[in-house]
Design a protein around this ligand. Sequence first.
Ligand code: KG4
Ligand code: ZN
Length: 331
Amino acid sequence: MILSIESSCDDSSLAITDIETNELIYHKKISQEIQHSFYGGVVPELAARLHVEALPKILEECKEYFPKLKAIAVTNAPGLSVTLTEGVTMAKALAISLNLPLIAVNHLKGHIYSLFIEKDEVLPMTVLLVSGGHTQIIEANSLNDMKVIASTMDDSFGESFDKVSKMLGLGYPGGPVVQEYALKGDVNRFDLPIPLSQSSKIEFSYSGLKNAVRMQIEKLENQEGGIKEQDKYDLCASFQKTAVLHIMQKLKKLFKQKTPKNFAIVGGASANIHLRAQLEELCKKSNTTLYLSELKYCADNAAMIGRVAVEQYKQKDFITIQNIDVQSRIK
Ligand code: KG4
Ligand code: ZN
């Protein structure tokens, strides 16, 4: 079995995965959403302190599996360096004290392998990764052969939901609440600009759309009686429609150039029901098989890190405790 640790942002999570069968033997996650909600986003120092409390608490529950462990795996990049450090420090201590090899896992590969938790790997595949930190299209040929073919020039898809939510005073994380508000709103009330709609390049941008929402909020706040609940519903609906439309326009371009046989959407924001529905339609029309992670594995978790670690273990892709380092960005 492999013990895996995830602490790249605001989720403290540990998992134990069976190397032979991919079975998830143990999985637990303690989320810090409530603590960060007050600030409208993740506060790195606070997140790190909360990991210091949560990780050993979860580890306590895993002790019974220690004799069966063959390796310790940990997310070491990308993410917030102060929070990654907490997971990596615990992994090093475990590797030394239990005399086990250490496996360094890339968080983004983890999101891709969230598709394969307790399942066999299906690659090659074209993947749309949408999270709080990333908006990327990746050609995933194999674990060791992945190429980013498109990314965002500024904010990410999930981040734009967080920022809209913060501007409307709806708390963090923004994705679920904006999606909820959008259900009660009129998608056509506000005419927001679709980012890069005139550009033939396949790349993303969300800062312009975010600013358009900001300007709209300022207008609504200046109306008689200020901004109303229905205004918020309508603005969330119009924003979500436009944010998803931007992705869909670029994906249609990509599918036109080369229709993928297998396509997947992963990452925390892949839980968005509007985005999922639009992608289902596109894939159906294109005869592409669509893979989605189970909703419980979309956001950050250690089960997906453990699933990657199983493959790395089989390749003997270990790292020494001297060489493992945290990286906030991947070059
Ligand atoms: O993958 P994740 O848990 O953490 C990162 O690696 O960033 O993704 C979290 C992001 C947040 O920005 C959150 O607002 C967004 O995913 N998110 C959503 C939805 N659920 C979560 N965005 C849009 N719609 C959702 N339903
Ligand atoms: Zn993530």
